[in-house]
Structures are given as C-alpha cells and as structure tokens.
Design a protein around this ligand. Sequence first.
Ligand code: SF4
Ligand code: SF4
Length: 463
Amino acid sequence: MNDNTAAGDEYGKLYRSEDKIYPREVTGRFATLRRLAMFVLLGTFYIGPWIRWEGRQAVLFDLPARKFHIFGLTLWPQDFIYLALLLIVAAIGLFLLTALAGRIWCGYACPQTVWTEAFTWIESAIEGKRSKRMRLDKAAWNLEKVWRKSAKQFCWIALALFTGYTFVGYFSAIDDLTIRLVTFSAGPWEVFWVLFYGFATYGNAGFMREQVCKYMCPYARFQSSMFDHDTLIVTYDAGRGEPRGARRRGSDHKSQGQGDCIDCTMCVQVCPTGIDIRKGLQYECIACAACIDVCDSVMDKMSYPRGLIRYSTEHAMEHKKYHVFRPRTIVYSVLLATLAIALVSSLALTRPVILDVIRDRNALYRDVGRAGIQNTYTIRVVNKHNTPHDYLLGVSGIEGIRLESDTAFSVAAESVFTLPVSVTVPHQHAGGGHAIIFHLESTDGSDIRISEESRFRGPLERL
Ligand code: SF4
Ligand code: SF4
C-alpha cells in the first residue's frame, strides 16, 4: 500500500455520506397549516405571471427594457432605490419575525421548504408511505420498482421544468414565452434559464432537501444571533417527559418514576432534518412543528395532556415572564416602521413624468449678433405613463428670454424623449450667470405641469 492510498483511506474514514431521511407522514394542526401555506405560496407563484393589470402582465421584471412592472407601478432604472429599500424592509421584517417567532419562515414559507413539501407529497403519492418507500429502495430492481421510480422522476421533472418556465415568465412576458417555447423559437438564454431553474428546483427539492438547510443556507447559520430567551422555539419539555421509557397504556407511570415521554421515537421519524428534538435546540431544526403534531397524537392515545413538545420560549420553560418588547424587537420595529413609511411616502410622491435639463458644457455661450446671447441645452422628458402625451416647453427667468427650437412635441408611452434646444437672451440682460426655469406643460388635457431649474451664462464684461 503506497502513501497515496493510505491518505485516501484516511480521508475515506473522515468522510461520512449522509443517510437518506425518510420522514414519516404526519397529520395535525401544524401539518394542515404547512400544507395550506404550500398551496397559497405555490399557487401565487404559478398564477402570478398570468395576472393582467392595465392591459399588461401585472408583475414583469423586464430586464432588456430596464423596467420593472409591479401591478400599476413601473420602476425605471432611476427608481431602483425603491427596490433596494423594499429588499431592506423585507430583510428587517424577517429579522423581526425571527426575533419574535424563531424559524417560522423556514418551517412554513421558505421556498426550499415549500418545494420540498411538494416533491415529498409526489413521492409518497407514487411510492407509498415511509415503510413502503424504505422497502422499495432496498428491494432489487423489478417491474414495480421501475414504474414507480420512473413515474416519480417524470412528475418531479415535469414540476421542476414548469417551475423554471414560470420563473422565466416573470422576466420575459409569459404569453410570448409560451408561444416561443411551444413553437421551438425561444432564444438560447430563455431555454438555458428555464432548464437552469428547473434543474435547481429538481436538485434542491428532490435530492438535497434537508441538506440545503443544514449545510448551504447562510440564514440558518446567522439567525441564532437574533434569538434570545423570549424567542419562540420548538421545545421538548424535559422536566415533564423525563425519565422517558416504554410502558403499558393506562399504567400509572408516575408511580413507577417515569415521565410522559414513552420513547416511541415518532418525533424523530417525522423530522424532515432527522434530528431528535429531545436533545435540545439544534441549528438543524427548521421549526416545522411536525414533531409537535405527532407527539400530540401520541399524548392523545396515552390520555396525557398535549404539549410535551410545543412552541415555547426558554423563559416560559423556566416559568419566567415573557416579554414581547425587548431591546432587539424594539430596534427592529422602529427600523421597519421608519423604512416602510419612507418607502410608501416616496412611492406616493414619485413623479410619473420627469424633466431633466442638461446644459451644453462645451460652449459657454454663443453671440448670435443682434438676436442676443445663446446657450444650448439638452431636454430629456421621461414619460412613465402607459399612454402618450403632448407637451409644450417654455422657459422663463430673464427678461426677453426665448426658446429658438420647436417647443411642441409628443412623448410616446413609457419612453424617454430627448430634444436639443437653444435659448436666446437679449444682450442687455445676458451678462454673467442667471438662474432660468424650463416649464413643461401637457396640451392633451392630462394636466401635467413640471419645471426644472438651470443656469444661463453670458459674457462677464456685461456685468
Ligand atoms: S413523540 Fe413524544 S412521546 Fe414519542 S418519543 Fe417523541 S417526545 Fe417522546
Ligand atoms: S425537530 Fe421538530 S420542528 Fe424541528 S425540524 Fe424536526 S420535526 Fe421540525
């Protein structure tokens, strides 16, 4: 045996592949809630691109046109500050939720959880319940195993591709995308992203599952820093449950010195991450509450009170007072409220038409003889409305000031119009620098009036 082989053997001992987890099916209050969340969230995602608003796709992130349409709101590149603000608000909202309710997001609403729930549901519908699935995996290949495994793969791949197609439909108008895909005329990048997101869904929800939460998700790593003694966690009541042990139903376990846990291991069997919550809070726990549901059903069968495993807090378990308002929840709430108000009010005040005036800096001014002194500008009108508008441009600020260019023009819907203009001022008023104001007024009855300040420069000797 050479050194390389020895080293390889050593690594072989150090590396241990993950055992496949076969979570047992569970029913109960929280399982119903989780399924409801799955239907609502997946339904919203799949139906989302088909919703129409004011004649177009309601939610469309049109990257080539650099415009994001969110229902009636259109965000242009200069509005991306709102998008950044929205992401910050969402992040702080998640921090607040985590400080109050622990990993509720992970257990009920995280895309990884939601799609894994859907893939697991397909798996158990085709391959059967936990014990049947385990037997099927151990069995030699036969006709039944081939058709069940093939049917599962077919459904998984179909759902994954449909997910990829829907996701791309948020970036490329879904009705056109559908036509292009069915007529095989879709662009290579569209096909690539459909396959890429399909593959990511298939890999994460079909195979990686709990390993994404355990090893890949950065949020799982740092969210414990948001926990404190009043954060809601899934807890096993060791004081009530220990010492655990098997017993006959109806026996007086207390007189035998036993706690309420009958050591049936059902809480471990239903856990999607394969942990034993009786060992205490572990970072792998995604707070899905499957162990609560199953333990409650065991407690019902034994005629013990429910809640041996329950949502609780460290302080509540120690019979201490629970505080909703703690420094961290107050800080998160204040930040969240401030940013949310800033976002809503700035969106409400956002102007649907923007007038920009850029002075030509190459020429300070031009003497045009008896007509006076001339400056040139570039006028930029951004029309964010989804209808075209007719405008009239004017200028004021100096006696005798006038525009030399054509001042009436139309700007198409959701487009940018650029117009070079010259402004002339009589010699006697043109010396030095002056503030001037450009006015833009709609002439089609849409009641748009905006103005923008600029500077007019003339010769210094006339000051
Ligand atoms: S399900 Fe309840 S009773 Fe059964 S092992 Fe878990 S904690 Fe104990
Ligand atoms: S320990 Fe319970 S709540 Fe945590 S992941 Fe496992 S089943 Fe879900």
